[in-house]
Design a protein around this ligand. Structure first.
Ligand code: G6P
Ligand code: MG
Length: 216
């Protein structure tokens, strides 16, 4: 039986992964660093500062801490201008029916997001009532791929990690779920989601029936 379902936010519940991509791309181009979707896959699920470090490394740039803080701030301002417009219409197709199904089945749910913007996004999507707990970047010491964020969510729900299902669109996120000893659903390409237990192209494929079928 499914003890709990723990969701990533960006790229699973809503398409903010695209906004992170656009915001990083603009910043990278201003820095003269080549940036494409392949490289962006590696940034998914990764904290703001770690992402910036990876972009700078990629471009062979070394900057002061002060400059890095300014760039991270700039990226976030750009990102915040995108997320201002989010409404419940921005829930990815299939997510609201799945959340309703989970609620009706009384399965505990959590959000495990590496984003410091997770709470405002959840509020704008109007899905607070579907989530029993939210663990965001501010609540953990170690980001994905470390298992801390998913383990903390399970702990807050008082459910054994082995009974939890995690849903992710990031390589780092799938690694975090697996390191936590949970079942991983990966949303995305077979390549990027190779380590997931069940790979789907799109969140609309999420139903309890399909999930139970895969859990066996
Ligand atoms: C999520 C996204 C990442 C993003 C990170 C931090 O994990 O997948 O792309 O870098 O959150 O987001 P933040 O809103 O705190 O900059
Ligand atoms: Mg994500």
């Amino acid at each position: 039986e499914i003890g709990a379902i723990i969701f990533d936010l960006d790229g699973v519940i809503t398409d903010t992964a695209e906004y992170h991509y656009l915001a990083w791309k603009q910043l990278a181009e201003e820095l003269g660093v080549h940036f494409d979707r392949t490289f962006n896959e590696r940034l998914k699920g990764v904290s703001r500062m770690d992402s910036l470090h990876m972009i700078l490394d990629h471009g062979g740039l070394v900057l002061s801490e002060h400059e890095m803080n300014e760039l991270a701030h700039k990226k976030n301002e750009h990102y915040k201008s995108f997320i201002q417009q989010i409404t419940p219409n921005d829930l990815l197709p299939g997510i609201l029916p799945f959340l309703n199904e989970i609620k009706a089945a009384e399965i505990p749910t959590a959000l495990a997001s590496a984003s410091k913007n997770a709470r405002p996004v959840v509020r704008q999507l109007k899905i607070e009532s579907f989530l029993d707990t939210i663990v965001d970047a501010a609540a953990v010491k170690h980001g994905k791929p470390d298992p801390e964020i998913f383990l903390k969510a399970a702990d807050q729900l008082a459910v054994n990690p082995e009974e939890c299902v995690g849903v992710e669109d990031a390589e780092a996120g799938v690694e975090s779920i697996k390191a936590a000893g949970m079942y991983a659903v990966g949303v995305g390409s077979k390549n990027a989601m190779a380590k997931a237990d069940w790979i789907i192209d799109h969140p609309s494929q999420l139903t309890l029936k399909a999930l139970r079928g895969h859990l066996g």
